[in-house]
Design a protein around this ligand. Structure first.
Ligand code: C2E
Ligand code: CA
Ligand code: CA
Ligand code: CA
Length: 275
């Protein structure tokens, strides 16, 4: 403990200690929640911009703690990554996603298109990732799954990324590059990654109606994707004006509050899946 000469605890150190204690406590609660299967998956629909049909959904992890209420994935996912819990969490997500696809299939409300599953950098670092995903999603055809990896995860070790993405593609999984535009991938690397789609980061979509720089970036991403025979999926579409402009610019798909919020599995099925 950092004591001052007069033996009082420095207030700065005290605040830091409280933050550390909260994180430590939160790590333990998260660990218990994963083990106790108390996390939940929500599903957000994805649509074709040309004809507004459902092309798939993204699985998004949710955590409700009885004491704290909802904890944002923006807080607990980085914590899980930092504290060595992300593989365990990621395994649960893969199993739960596969089981949900099975339930919809059995109820004759299959999800059209693909279910997108977020994969974190540490899962991606596993050279056996493709086999691991196949094991955890047994019974689900690989064609029903898209794995989402962020652009920065790809660029951390591009050569390893090339190897792993090719193995995923050979196995039949689709691959989406998440948060695209925020990393620094070059056209030449993009060509080598066997990806199916670029997900245009929400930060460019948010202001694209008013900000011509953002609009130019979106247009450039769409042009790059066209050159490389990839699809584009815009995230964070919140208004019909954004959807119209994106469609006009040649973006293939979109996801966002204007189309539909992330929902628990039952509500998602009731709202979006045909009986
Ligand atoms: P992401 O993969 O970029 O997911 C998109 C985020 O945008 C989600 O936040 C989603 O709820 C939110 N979103 C969707 N439409 C809109 C919109 O129209 N406007 C705005 N402002 N936001 C929108 P969420 O669910 O809070 O997740 C945050 C991040 O946490 C995700 O970003 C992803 O990086 C991570 N995450 C969530 N679930 C998982 C998971 O199962 N595994 C891993 N590894 N990461 C996850
Ligand atoms: Ca994502
Ligand atoms: Ca994203
Ligand atoms: Ca993100």
């Amino acid at each position: 403990h950092a004591k001052r000469r007069d033996n009082s605890v420095c207030p700065y150190t005290q605040t830091m200690r409280h933050a550390l204690e909260r994180r430590q406590w939160m790590t333990e609660r998260l660990h218990q929640a994963i083990l106790g299967h108390r996390l939940e998956l929500y599903f957000q629909p994805q649509f074709s911009l040309a004809d507004k049909t459902l092309t798939g959904a993204e699985a998004l992890c949710r955590w409700y703690d009885p004491e704290w209420g909802w904890v944002s994935p923006g807080e607990f996912i980085p914590l899980a990554e930092e504290r060595g819990l992300i593989r365990m969490l990621g395994d649960w997500v893969l199993e739960e996603a596969a089981s949900q696809l099975g339930v919809w299939q059995a109820k004759h409300t299959p999800l059209p298109g693909k279910l997108s599953i977020n994969i974190s950098a540490q899962q991606f670092a596993d050279p056996q990732l493709t086999a691991h995903v196949a094991k955890l999603t047994t019974g689900v055809p690989p064609g029903a799954i898209a794995l989402e990896l962020t652009e920065s995860d790809f660029m951390r070790d591009p050569d390893q990324a090339v190897t792993i993405t090719h193995s995923m593609r050979r196995a039949g999984y689709a691959l989406f590059i998440d948060d695209f535009g925020t990393g620094y991938s070059s056209l030449s690397y993009l060509r080598r990654f066997a990806a199916d789609a670029l997900k245009i980061d929400i930060s460019f979509v948010r202001d694209m109606l008013d900000n011509h720089h953002d609009r130019a970036i979106v247009q450039t991403i769409i042009a790059m994707a066209d050159t490389l025979d990839m699809k584009t999926l815009a995230e964070g579409v919140e208004s019909p004006a954004q959807a119209d402009l994106l469609a006009k610019m040649g973006c293939s798909e979109a996801q966002g509050y204007w189309f539909g919020h992330p929902l628990p599995a039952d509500e998602f099925a009731a709202t979006w899946l045909m009986p």
